[in-house]
Design a protein around this ligand. Structure first.
Ligand code: GAP
Length: 598
C-alpha cells in the first residue's frame, strides 16, 4: 500500500476523514472530518492562532463566505482565477491539462506554461484521457474559472461568489479594520475559515478539495519604514529552493539561516523571510517532519495575479511535494484595487514627525473660455491641465500651454488656466499599505501531519493483562513482536491526550477508572475511556489515533492508589500515584517530565 492509501484507510476506519455524501455516491472534493479528525483540525487551528495571532499581537476576524461580484471584479479573481481544462471528446470527462502534462512528463510546474504550449505538449507526448484512454491531441485547452457562483437573494440581479480565499474578507473590510488599529501601521489581521474552489480534478484526499479551510494572515505594513523583527528568527535554519536553483539543471534546495537568506538576497523581502522563520518552528511544533519539508519560490510564470513574490512551504507525502502554505508579498495590489472599485478609503494617514511645507502648483481654468473653445471636451481639457500642473509646472512658463485630449493637442493661453503656485503645510500623507501574506491550507497540514506521524513498528512491550501486583505491571507479553500502527502526533495536536482503561470491567476497577477519567476531564484534558478487549488491544487502538498516554487502573490501584502510565512512542511504562494524576499527565503532555522520570 502507498503512503496515501495507508493514510486514507486509517483515516476512514478511525474517524479522521472520509468523502462526504457517501449514501449518494460521494462528491469529489468534499470531505467530512470524523470525531478524531475534527479535533485534530481544531487543535492545529488553535496552535496556529497561538503562534500567528496571539504571539504576534495581531487581530482575528470572521467574515462571510459569500461576497458580491464587484469584490471579485476588483480582486482580479473574476478575470484571472483560472485553471487549464481539457475535455475528453469520447467520454466527456474534464481534466486539468497542466496536471496531465506533469503526470506524464518530467515537467514539474506546468501551471506556468501558456495554453498553446500545453496543447503542443499534449500532442507531443500522446497524452490520453485518464478516464477512458482516448487520445487528447488536437483537443483545445481552455481557461476554467474556479469560483463557485450563486445569486444573492431571489432573481439574478445580484450575483455573488463563494470566496476562493478568506483574504478578500479582510481586504474589503480594511476601512473599518484600520480604525481598530487606530490608524497605525503595521498591523495584522487573521482569519480562519472555509474557502471554495471548483477544482477541475480534486485528488489525493484532503490535498485538493473544493471546500477547504485556510488560516490566513494579512499583515499591513508601510513599505518605506516598517521592518520585521528579523533578529527573532535570524538563526533559524531553512531549506530554500529558489526560482534560480529550479531553473538551473544542477540546482537544488539549499539550507541556510534566515539571516543568510536575506543577506544573500535569496529571499527578497525581509517580511517574507521573517514569516518563513516563524513558520519553520511552527511546522515542527505541530508534527511536520522537517526532513520532508522545504520552502520553494514561485517561478515568474507561476505567480498569482496579485503576488510580487511568493514562497511555498512544501511537504513531501507519498513521493509528491505538496504546497501546504503560500507566503506572498502582495504589495498594494489588493487595497489599491478595492480603492479603485469600491467606495471607501483604503489608505492610512501617516502623520509626519514635523509638518512640512511644500509648494504645490494648481490650476483654476476659466470655464467661460474653455466651454466655447472646446465644447464637450472642456472638462477633459481642465483635467489634463490639472494633471500637467502637478507633473510639470515649467509647462506653464510661456504664454500658452498645450495638453493632449484623446490624442489631439489642445492649446490654452496660460492666463486662462488660473495657474498658481502655493505653499501648503502638510501634517502627513495618505499611504496605501503593502500586504505580506502567510496563507496556510489547514487541510493539507492535517494530511501532512497525519502522513508524517504514521509509522508501523514491532510492539516489544510488556503488557499487564490481568491481576498484576507490586510496583510494576505483571508482564504478560501478549503483544510482543506484533506489528503496531502508531500515529506519533505531538500531544498539543493529538485528538485525545490520555486514555483511561480499567484492567477488568469488574471488582470496582471500572468505577475507579471512571472516576479517574472524570477527574482528568474536569482538569481540562481530552480523555478516552475504553474497557473492551485486552489491554494490548486497547493500547493499539489508542496508538492508531495518536493518544500520547494511557492510564491503566488495576488491582494495585485499589490497594496503593497507583496506576500504570504508558507512553505511546516508547511504550515505556511506570507506576504513578493518583493524588495528583492531572499534574502528572499535564507534565507528560508538555514534555516537562517523561515516563522514565518516575
Ligand atoms: N490568499 C492566498 C491564497 O489563497 P493559495 O496558494 O491559492 O493562496 C493558500 O492558497 C493555501 O491554501 C495553499 O498553500 C494550500 O495549502 C491551500 N489550498 C489551496 N487550494 C486548495 C485546495 N483546492 N484544497 C486544499 N487546500 C488548498
Amino acid at each position: 500500500m502507498s503512503e496515501d492509501e495507508r493514510l486514507t484507510e486509517l483515516a476512514k476506519r478511525r474517524g479522521f476523514f472520509f468523502q462526504s455524501s457517501g449514501a449518494y455516491g460521494g462528491v469529489a472534493g468534499f470531505y467530512v472530518y470524523g470525531p478524531e479528525g475534527a479535533t485534530l483540525k481544531e487543535n492545529l487551528q488553535d496552535a496556529w492562532r497561538d503562534r500567528f495571532v496571539r504571539r504576534e499581537g495581531h487581530m482575528e476576524i470572521e467574515s462571510p463566505a459569500i461576497m458580491p461580484e464587484p469584490v471579485f471584479e476588483a480582486s482580479g479573481h473574476l478575470d484571472g482565477f483560472d485553471d487549464m481544462i481539457v475535455e475528453c471528446p469520447e467520454c466527456g470527462a474534464s481534466h486539468r491539462a497542466d496536471h496531465l502534462v506533469e503526470d506524464e512528463t518530467d515537467i514539474e510546474e506546468a501551471e506556468s506554461i501558456a495554453i498553446p504550449d500545453i496543447e503542443a505538449l499534449i500532442a507531443e507526448h500522446d497524452l490520453v484521457c485518464p478516464s477512458c484512454g482516448t487520445a487528447l491531441a488536437g483537443e483545445s485547452v481552455e481557461d476554467f474559472n474556479l469560483m463557485f457562483g450563486t445569486n444573492i437573494g431571489p432573481g439574478s440581479s445580484s450575483p455573488g461568489y463563494l470566496r476562493p480565499e478568506t483574504a478578500q474578507g479582510i481586504f474589503v473590510e480594511f476601512p473599518r479594520l484600520k480604525e481598530y488599529a487606530r490608524g497605525q501601521l503595521p498591523f495584522g489581521v487573521a482569519q480562519i475559515g472555509a474557502a471554495y474552489r471548483n477544482e477541475i480534478s480534486p485528488r489525493k484526499g484532503l490535498v485538493r478539495l473544493r471546500e477547504f479551510a485556510q488560516a490566513e494572515l494579512e499583515h499591513f505594513v508601510d513599505p518605506e519604514t516598517d521592518e520585521p523583527p528579523l533578529e527573532r528568527v535570524a538563526d533559524v535554519e531553512v531549506t530554500l529552493y529558489s526560482a534560480a536553483e529550479q531553473e538551473d539543471a544542477d540546482g537544488e534546495p539549499r539550507t541556510m539561516t534566515v539571516r543568510e537568506a536575506v543577506d544573500a538576497g535569496v529571499v527578497g523581502s525581509d517580511w517574507v523571510a521573517y514569516y518563513l522563520g516563524v513558520a519553520q518552528g511552527w511546522y515542527e511544533r505541530v508534527g511536520v517532519d522537517m526532513d520532508r519539508f522545504r520552502y520553494r519560490q514561485h517561478q515568474s510564470g507561476e505567480l498569482a495575479h496579485y503576488a510580487a513574490d511568493c514562497w511555498d512551504a512544501e511537504a513531501e507525502v507519498g513521493g509528491d511535494w505538496i504546497e501546504i502554505t503560500g507566503f506572498a508579498y502582495r504589495g498594494d495590489y489588493d487595497l489599491s484595487k478595492h480603492a479603485e472599485y469600491g467606495d471607501d478609503d483604503f489608505t492610512i494617514f501617516k502623520q509626519y514627525d514635523d509638518p512640512v511645507t511644500v509648494e504645490t502648483a494648481t490650476v483654476d481654468p476659466d470655464m467661460s473660455y474653455l466651454g466655447p473653445e472646446f465644447g464637450g471636451d472642456a472638462g477633459a481639457v481642465k483635467d489634463a491641465l490639472e494633471d500637467l500642473a502637478e507633473r510639470d509646472r515649467s509647462a506653464f512658463e510661456s504664454d500658452e500651454v498645450t495638453v493632449a485630449v484623446d490624442g489631439e493637442d489642445r492649446t490654452v493661453p496660460v492666463e486662462k488656466t488660473g495657474f498658481a503656485v502655493e505653499e501648503v503645510t502638510e501634517a502627513g500623507e495618505h499611504v496605501t499599505p503593502h500586504v505580506v501574506e502567510p496563507s496556510f491550507g489547514v487541510d493539507r497540514i492535517v494530511y501532512t501531519v497525519l502522513a508524517h506521524g504514521l509509522r508501523t513498528d514491532e510492539a516489544g512491550e510488556t503488557v499487564d493483562e490481568g491481576g498484576g501486583s507490586g510496583a510494576e505491571p505483571s508482564g504478560e507479553e501478549a503483544d510482543d513482536g506484533e506489528e503496531r500502527t502508531v500515529l506519533s502526533l505531538p500531544p498539543e495536536v493529538a485528538p485525545t491526550g490520555v486514555a483511561v482503561f480499567p484492567l477488568m470491567d469488574k471488582d470496582g476497577l471500572d468505577e475507579r477508572a471512571r472516576e479517574i477519567a472524570e477527574g482528568l476531564r474536569a482538569a481540562g484534558f481530552e480523555v478516552a475511556y475504553d474497557d473492551s478487549g485486552s489491554i494490548g488491544r486497547r493500547y493499539r487502538r489508542q496508538d492508531e489515533v495518536g493518544t500520547p498516554f494511557c492510564v491503566t487502573v488495576d488491582y494495585d490501584t485499589l490497594e496503593d492508589g497507583t496506576v500504570t502510565v504508558r507512553d505511546r512512542d516508547t511504550t515505556a511504562q511506570a507506576r504513578v500515584g493518583t493524588d495528583d494524576l492531572a499534574g502528572t499527565i499535564g507534565d507528560l503532555l508538555t514534555g516537562d517530565r517523561t515516563v522514565a522520570d518516575f
